[in-house]
Design a protein around this ligand. Structure first.
Ligand SMILES: *[C@@H]1O[C@H](CO)[C@@H](O)[C@H](O)[C@H]1NC(C)=O
Ligand SMILES: *[C@@H]1O[C@H](CO)[C@@H](O)[C@H](O)[C@H]1NC(C)=O
Ligand SMILES: *[C@@H]1O[C@H](CO)[C@@H](O)[C@H](O)[C@H]1NC(C)=O
Ligand SMILES: *[C@@H]1O[C@H](CO)[C@@H](O)[C@H](O)[C@H]1NC(C)=O
Length: 407
């Protein structure tokens, strides 16, 4: 088990190294000629200062405007060894061509609240076709300002990077840290590829999801390390055909489908594939969470080849999300069906590492578990599964056993 864990980490690390090396080679090629090439838009030439103190928002927007009007795949170049302070800004399309943004320097959000002006997002990319953002730069949302207990505005804390209504997005190489709220929001997008990135926020930072995906199709997320105070990745309503692979998640709350069906809403999620992921010290691993009173469906979901280390509940379907013991009048529920958990191995910190607590009214159907081997971190502590209203074939070899299945 240890070996597999190390192997996965090793493999991801070496891919990142190869990737970084190729980035360096690429940037060596670009940097010296950047002034000369008409298709490179260096933010410095648009007046960016990059001292971490001067507001460079206008320079970035001028560079965006020029690149957006250009033809032939322009690149906005953000030089390294500098820190660019940006207030909340929108990069809006449509543009005349596909656009690349090469981020070598660091981007930092303002620490002065007045500079935020009630924005929902810090960096918003809207209505663009074929956007590629890449590089070794760090994108720092300065979230600690918003996480503090005394913070008046915590409910409205903004997202670090929002991608809305994009067709064709590639995001690679970057580190995104300390978002006030979720780090990356993908909404209303098609054809998205996110890979070789890192997302970090402290374990106790509130609502700092790594990546949220909603109302989107054809999304892949792979080879990345995510550790935050909430879900590493969450897949929200209106989303289909998502592939998530080789993610190291932790700390955090795991990889979640949902929450779905809040406030009686209708949810639609299907064709979600999560594989070759590791969860280290997270509260959950593979999770589906729905609110009572919702409608719609979550179906065609597979979690496979997952390694868990010290996870509270590695496998969880919860159709009573955020419902205390006294709420039993569900009325309706999001229908959960055709869900597979295959090849999930490792250790848990609670004595019920599998929980399938489905609705009375709309039970979970076609729930398949196979090759599940979980133990408590303290091998002396016996473990069991807890399931209600979950239906599917038996899993004779599963540890812990699942007496509720196969009936
Ligand atoms: C596209 O190019 C044309 C000129 O060729 C220009 O007038 C227009 O503003 C450009 N579009 C954008 C979105 O910049
Ligand atoms: C699913 O999305 C991937 C991109 O992540 C794409 O290559 C593939 O064609 C999509 N599959 C279907 C059935 O649309
Ligand atoms: C798991 O997380 C713990 C605590 O953060 C850390 O010390 C340990 O190195 C991690 N294990 C692996 C294999 O990454
Ligand atoms: C199963 O979980 C539910 C919900 O958390 C809890 O109310 C119930 O007591 C548990 N059942 C067993 C047998 O532990």
């Amino acid at each position: 088990m240890e070996e597999m864990w190390l192997f996965l980490l090793q493999e991801i690390k070496s891919e990142v190294v190869i990737f970084l090396v190729s980035l360096c080679v690429a940037s060596l090629g670009l940097a010296p000629s950047s002034a000369a090439s008409p298709n490179i838009f260096n933010v410095d030439t648009f007046g960016a200062v990059g001292d971490g103190k001067t507001d460079d928002s206008h320079a970035f927007l001028r560079a965006w405007g020029a690149a957006c009007a250009a033809y032939g795949g322009p690149t906005i170049y953000i030089p390294g060894a500098k820190i660019f302070l940006l207030k909340p800004i929108q990069f809006q399309g449509p543009c005349n061509s596909s656009i690349n943004i090469q981020v070598l320097g660091n981007l930092v959000a303002p620490r002065d609240m007045w500079m935020w002006k009630d924005a929902f997002s810090w960096l918003l990319f809207y209505g663009i076709n074929q956007l590629t953002i890449y590089g070794s730069g760090k994108i720092d949302g300065q979230g600690s300002l918003w996480w503090a207990k005394h913070c008046q505005n915590c409910k409205s804390a903004p997202t670090a990077m929002s991608f809305q209504s994009l067709n064709g997005l590639v995001l690679k190489g970057l580190r995104i840290v300390n978002s006030p709220r979720n780090h990356i929001s993908i909404n209303g997008c098609t054809d998205v590829s996110i890979h070789d990135i890192g997302i970090w926020a402290p374990e106790d930072s509130p609502n700092t999801d790594g990546i949220n995906i909603g109302n989107s199709q054809h999304v892949e997320i792979r080879n990345s390390n995510i550790g935050t105070g909430d879900d590493c990745i969450s897949v929200l309503s209106g989303t289909s055909n998502v592939s998530i692979s080789r993610i190291n998640c932790g700390p955090g709350h795991g990889i979640s489908i949902g929450s779905l069906g809040q406030d009686g809403s209708q949810a639609m999620v299907e064709k979600i594939h999560v594989e070759h992921c590791t969860f280290n010290g997270t509260s959950n691993g593979a999770r589906i969470k729905t609110w009572e009173g919702g409608s719609g469906y979550a179906r065609g979901i597979t979690f496979e080849h997952i390694y868990v280390n010290s996870v509270e509940i590695p496998i969880l379907i919860d159709q009573h999300y955020f419902c205390s013991t006294n709420c039993q009048h569900e009325g309706s529920a999001v229908r959960v069906s055709d869900v597979k958990f295959v090849g999930i191995h490792g250790t848990a910190t609670l004595s019920q590492p599998i929980k399938l607590t489905c609705s009375n009214i709309v039970p979970c159907t076609d729930i398949v578990l196979s090759d599940i081997i979980l133990t408590h971190v303290d091998p002396k502590i016996p473990i069991s599964s807890n399931c209600t209203n979950a239906h599917g074939p038996p899993c004779p070899g599963c540890i812990p056993s699942l007496p509720c299945l196969g009936k």
